[in-house]
Write a protein that binds this ligand. Structure first.
Ligand code: SAM
Ligand code: SF4
Length: 431
């Protein structure tokens, strides 16, 4: 979502002729878009500002703006502690960025814009085109969260749940398609909680699948509680919907899920998975895990390992619990750092071995790959298969934007390598 926001911020600043540059030393305005989900986010901001200061030691400083969730959560502290920062702008008020830059051009006082103006933000965003021309494009459809998991800053930094109108989203999707997008990634902190005047995520998916030039649709991140029957059916009936679902579970222990206020049990989670597999047997899942949540015993942790081995997630994102200021879990007794670290290592080893087994089975199979770009070195092209696995092939023909069958020859933990198969009617697709 931060990538989407960063691109949209640039869509704004282009209007006042502030254009992106790859040369940091020549920038007139430096915008750092930040994430606050885990600790050290604020330290990273100070570190980046330190780097910037060095670059501009002998020059007049650029306008320095901190955007995103760190700005939202710690804006006043940032402005007080680091005078090099001219302004902070939260994720729901970045539509003010041009007027802020204009003010700062005239040496104004530090500015703090951290209101939750999500409706105004999207109204303003609708009036400027999304200029992104990636083959695989992001599209935010929903923001914020009302679920209040005890560890999470999102309800405080992105604010309450908000869904954009279908009309706005379809119009943005069509524009992205006309600009070259072949794949749309629908984004939201709780993307399957999408609800605009009764229209749900499944309605949106079918509407987008009617856009001819769009060949693939993905969505992230969904919550187990919002996985309704209509969305499950969409996986059966919408051919353009990709067969990988990112569905965070966080822990395999019901005790920990309750402590986290996740509002679902392991059994309920598993029930959702079973229902989806029933309508779409070749579906795969990825997930997020928090290791070492306060009060997690080794027995709780073992249950997390068990769920990993049972569902065989093809990808997982695992983090040690990070106590975030302002969240209810902030003051809980954290468990020993070494214990958490050891559990994380054990978990990641299990996850890696499941991933290796899955990937080994892909060798000699055929994967349908949407190619996104030519790589810098040689005649290599980068793309993704239906399961979001990165694939690299060599080709003298321009593959960008094309979907090709690829025979997988070699795999590692990050990438599949293969050759283009000329015949499109292969049957043994990688699953
Ligand atoms: N809304 C999604 C859900 O409920 O599953 C997750 C969105 S959250 C922005 C992304 C991931 O960051 C979470 O799934 C969680 O694993 C991780 N995360 C969030 N807060 C965390 C914390 N305090 N410590 C460690 N990991 C955290
Ligand atoms: Fe954070 Fe997701 Fe929980 Fe919302 S549902 S509070 S975004 S982890």
């Amino acid at each position: 979502m931060n990538e989407y926001d960063s691109n949209r911020i640039l869509d704004f600043t282009r209007k006042i002729n502030y254009l992106p540059t790859n040369n940091l030393s020549e920038t007139n305005c430096y915008i750092l878009n930040t994430c606050h989900i885990r600790e050290k986010a604020t330290d990273k901001v100070y570190h980046e500002i330190g780097r910037l200061k060095k670059k501009f030691r002998n020059k007049s400083k650029p306008i320095v703006l901190i955007a995103g969730c760190v700005a939202q959560a710690e804006g006043d502290i940032l402005l007080k502690k680091e005078k090099y920062i001219d302004a902070v702008v939260g994720p729901q008020s970045y539509h003010h960025i041009n007027s802020m830059i204009k003010k700062l051009e005239k040496n104004s006082q530090p500015i703090n814009f951290t209101e939750f103006e999500v409706i105004e933000k999207f109204d303003t965003l609708n009036s400027i085109k999304n200029t992104n021309n990636n083959i695989s494009a992001f599209l935010t459809i929903q923001e914020g969260c009302d679920k209040f998991c005890k560890f999470c800053v999102v309800p405080y930094t992105r604010g309450p749940e908000y869904s954009r109108s279908m009309k706005e989203i379809i119009s943005e999707a069509k524009y992205l398609a006309d600009n070259g997008a072949k794949e749309i990634n629908l984004l939201g902190q709780n993307v399957n909680a999408y609800n605009f005047e009764g229209k749900k995520l499944s309605d949106l998916i079918f509407e987008i699948s009617d856009i001819k030039k769009i060949e693939r649709i993905r969505y992230t991140t969904s919550h187990p509680r919002d996985f309704t029957e209509d969305l499950i059916e969409a996986h059966k009936n919408c051919k353009k919907l990709m067969p990988l679902i990112h569905l965070p579970i966080q822990s395999g222990s019901n005790k920990i899920l309750t402590a986290m206020n996740r509002k679902h049990t392991v059994e309920e989670y598993f029930e959702v998975i079973k229902k989806i597999i029933k309508v779409k047997p070749d579906i795969k899942f990825s997930s997020d895990f928090i290791i070492g949540y306060p009060s997690e015993t080794y027995d709780d942790f073992k249950k997390t390992l068990q769920i990993m081995s049972k569902i065989k997630f093809i990808n997982s994102f695992s983090f040690i619990f990070s106590a975030r200021p302002g969240t209810p879990a902030f003051n809980l007794n954290i468990i020993d750092e070494k214990v958490s670290r050891d559990r994380l290592i054990e978990f990641q080893q299990t996850a890696a071995s499941i991933k290796t087994d899955y990937r080994k089975k892909l060798v000699n199979k055929t994967a349908k790959v949407l190619f996104e770009n030519k790589m810098k070195s040689g005649n290599k092209y980068f793309g993704r298969d239906e399961y979001f696995n990165s694939v690299i092939v060599e080709s003298k023909n321009n593959l960008t934007g094309k979907i090709k069958n690829v025979k997988i020859l070699k795999v590692n933990q990050t990438t599949l390598f293969g050759d283009i198969v000329p015949n499109l009617n292969q049957t043994d697709h990688a699953a």
